[in-house]
Design a protein around this ligand. Structure first.
Ligand code: GLC
Length: 497
């Protein structure tokens, strides 16, 4: 540390980034000072853009199924070496700004794994890849395979419709849109029809999620009580042995950053139950001990229905558009009912064993309704207070998955505290739906910038310590790169592009 006196003897220079200087004091003692001059914003973000492009290139994966070549992006070559449903939807939203044809390929590759009944699985497996657990041999879904294409048996948050709308709005080449537009659109429509029929049999307006992996926010504390009903000692020993033997994510990365082993026992137990029910979702939705109306999943469902209606209207298919518009409105009306005045948030609903029990946890899923335009002005104000509160969600690197002042907050454990670019994207796009006052629009702008800086400064990681900003999980992650590109382009950060 230099005293003020010493400082006054140091001459100031304009110093290039990161240069190490030796400066002489008057008393001719040598002091080494490392000066880090902030790179100009323009250079910083441009470099980020370049890196993001490189990561998406690195994670590009070609494979041939049934004689057709598919080009897709794997989330990370270090572990997630297959194709994930909502990751790919996100990849396409970034890729379209670099190479529209590749964005279209990404969506086509995802839809290639669609089951006859319309389900678009959580994972489409790449052949011969063994790094990831649970791989294709653990699902028992062979009878649903399309030729050579193997997949898991559950789904993920339905971001696909939103992604398709963004891709077709942004793609400059009409040719691309016309060539594959119909193929993609009909795949997504079929997926929505499947979701509505199997996941909302009671026509409540909201879909039921039957596995924590379907929620996309796997080990969120929102699910603790539900999962707790599955007693570890009741889980067949063979399932636990398989997990102990084959699970690798916690060996590749520190266990402190990954879900607990008990979470995996329960997750695999649910897969075992569903396999025994032969993947018949009429039965699964009724019998699964994990059955929940998840707010994040349902807000994407609502917004995706709006996106489908927009696309159909643009194609002059007004009658078809109505069907999805109705589902969007029905979903909104049902989701509005989950607002708790007492807790000032929208809540998930546990619908297992025929019950309707509200789940109140202060996770950042409470902001998802913004994306579907659900909160009214009063609710918006209340939500914004929570978002901007330094004790709750406005950490140094926002937005943590769990409120900082919750006893469940754990800053490095997966969906139990860390900040994830994907949930930030939903909050940012959600806020963009609203006419905001000056303070709120400033907050949104700041969140965009903070998200981009967090991603670039920390190696495009999977998720981030919300206090220190350090990268957690696997690095060079595709959706962090795609989200960087999407936000950078959409929100024209610093007027740079
Ligand atoms: C993890 C995440 C999930 C994501 C997948 C691939 O399982 O919880 O949301 O889709 O990784 O990135």
């Amino acid at each position: 540390m230099l005293s003020t006196d010493q400082c006054s003897h140091i001459r100031t220079f304009i110093i290039p980034h990161g240069l190490k200087l030796l400066l002489q004091t008057q008393k001719s003692r040598t002091i080494t000072i490392v000066v880090r001059v902030q790179k100009s914003d323009a250079a910083f973000f441009k470099e980020g853009f370049h890196k993001a492009k490189g990561i998406l290139q690195h994670n590009h994966y070609r494979t041939i199924f049934n004689g057709i070549t598919y080009k897709r992006t794997v989330p990370s070559r270090d572990f997630y070496i297959h194709q994930w449903n909502w990751d790919s939807a996100t990849h396409a939203m970034g890729l379209v700004h670099l190479d529209p044809a590749r964005a279209v390929d990404e969506l086509r590759a995802l839809i290639s794994g669609q089951w006859k009944n319309g389900l678009i699985p959580q994972i489409i497996f790449n052949p011969g890849e063994t790094k990831y657990f649970p791989g294709p041999q653990f699902w028992g879904t062979e009878k649903f395979r399309k030729g050579e294409i193997l997949s898991s048996g559950i789904t993920q948050p339905p971001l696909l419709g939103i992604s398709a709308e963004h891709v077709f709005k942004t793609a400059t080449s009409q040719h691309i849109a016309v060539k594959h537009g119909e193929e993609i659109l009909s795949g997504v429509l079929k997926y929505h029809d499947y979701l509505k029929t199997t996941r909302d049999p009671e026509d409540s307006g909201l879909l039921t999620v039957v596995h924590p992996w379907e929620s996309g926010t796997d080990n969120s504390a929102r699910w603790d009580k539900l999962l707790g009903k599955i007693k570890i000692d009741k889980i067949p020993q063979g399932i636990k042995e398989v997990v102990d033997l084959y699970r690798v994510d916690n060996k590749l990365k520190g266990p402190a950053q990954r879900p607990r082993q008990e979470f995996y026992y329960r997750a695999m137990y649910l897969i075992y139950l569903f396999k025994n029910l032969e993947w018949d979702y009429k039965k699964i939705v009724k019998e699964s001990p994990f059955a929940v109306k998840d707010i994040l999943f349902n807000c994407l469902w609502i917004r995706s229905n709006e996106a489908l209606a927009n696309m159909l209207n643009a194609l002059g298919r007004k009658k078809d558009a109505e069907r999805y518009q109705v589902w969007a409105v029905q979903g909104k009306m049902a989701l509005e009912q989950t607002w708790s005045n007492e807790f000032k948030q929208f809540c998930d609903v546990d619908v297992s064993d025929n019950k309707q029990e509200v789940i109140v946890q202060p996770t950042n899923s409470m902001f998802a309704p913004l994306l579907a335009g659900i909160p009214d002005q009063k609710q918006l104000n209340k939500i914004l207070v929570r978002l901007h509160d330094r004790n709750q969600f406005w950490s140094e690197y926002p937005v943590p998955t769990m409120a900082l002042n919750s006893p469940f907050f754990d800053r490095s454990k997966y969906w139990r505290g860390p900040s994830w670019p994907i949930t930030n994207l939903f909050i940012i796009d959600g806020l963009a739906r609203y006419p905001l006052n000056k303070k709120a629009s400033q907050l949104r702008k700041l969140l965009v910038e903070k998200t981009l800086r967090m991603i670039v400064k920390n190696d495009f990681s999977e998720y981030y310590d919300p206090v220190k900003g350090s990268g957690l999980g696997f690095g060079n992650f595709s959706w962090s790169a795609a989200i960087f590109i999407y936000l950078f382009r959409k929100y024209k950060v610093g007027g740079l592009n």
